[in-house]
Design a protein around this ligand. Structure first.
Ligand code: IPE
Ligand code: IPE
Ligand code: MG
Length: 245
């Protein structure tokens, strides 16, 4: 008998943190770190395609990141625009379906339009579902789900008495995908920072001190190896203990 293949996450979510510190260590502006971080995005996408991870959700810009200095926010928007121009062809060529999740209406019309165009162009691809969370907040997601469910209730399409977890679930971002089973945060902080909240109820968490621009396949291998070794109990008892109840 061959050894069983290691368990691969179906959906990997990543808080890409540490770009600013990466740049500061090199005495360069923070925007230099964000540019370097783009290369790491490519690394992560290629890795997921190669390892057969079905969905990758990247936290690129939080609803709180607008509070950063104006020049940093401006540099990030510029970077998003350029990345859209440059990367979408290649992603499309690799069969990647690109989705932007978050409150997209807050972006400049040109950027918003290009995000929509990239989504439409790649909508039929199936090799990897790549979700880029921009102007996203986990609490915003809960509020927008509640708002849309309430609107359906008002027009009679939903009975509030039946609004249980299963009925609310389809209103959340990424509802069409299995929930992330592994969440990685780079950059040393051990917090969620208002990323996915509803969706990560049972995700395994992996924190690394490595700064996002330094991420490579070896560190992703470590994260996936760690994930494969974990026992997921979902509130039940472990598989080795259930026989001895
Ligand atoms: C993450 O890196 C990227 C974004 C939030 C846009 P940071 O910019 O937060 O980097 P640090 O945490 O300051 O090092
Ligand atoms: C989280 O990183 C947001 C993204 C990676 C896009 P932050 O750097 O904004 O988080 P905090 O401020 O350390 O919590
Ligand atoms: Mg940070």
């Amino acid at each position: 008998m061959t050894a069983s293949a290691p368990r691969i996450p179906k959906h990997l979510a990543i808080v890409m943190d540490g770009n600013g510190r990466w740049a500061e260590r090199r005495h360069r502006p923070r925007s230099f770190g964000h540019r370097a971080g783009q290369k790491a995005v490519r690394t992560a996408v290629e890795y997921c395609l190669r390892r057969g991870v079905g969905a990758l959700t990247l936290f690129a810009f939080s609803s709180e990141n607008w509070n950063r200095p104006q020049d940093e926010v401006g540099a990030l928007m510029e970077l998003f625009l350029k990345a859209l121009d440059r990367e979408v062809d290649e992603l499309h060529g690799h069969g990647v379906r690109v989705r932007f999740v978050g409150d997209l209406a807050a972006f400049a019309p040109e950027l918003h339009a290009r995000m929509r165009a990239a989504m439409e162009r790649t909508a039929g691809n199936v090799a990897l579902a790549l979700n880029v969370a921009v102007n996203y907040g986990g609490r915003w997601d809960i509020a927008q789900a509640a708002r849309r469910a309430a609107a359906d209730a008002v027009r009679g399409a939903l009975d509030p008495a039946n609004l249980d977890e299963a009925a609310l679930a389809p209103y959340f971002c990424l509802a069409e995908l299995p929930p992330p089973d592994l969440l990685i945060r780079t950059g040393g902080e051990r917090r969620i920072s208002n990323f996915l909240l509803w969706q990560i109820a049972y995700a395994e968490l992996y924190f690394t001190d490595m700064l996002w621009p330094d991420i490579d396949a070896a560190e992703l291998d470590r994260a996936l190896g760690d994930f494969a070794a974990r026992e997921r109990r979902y509130g039940s008892v472990g598989s080795t203990r259930s026989a001895h109840a």
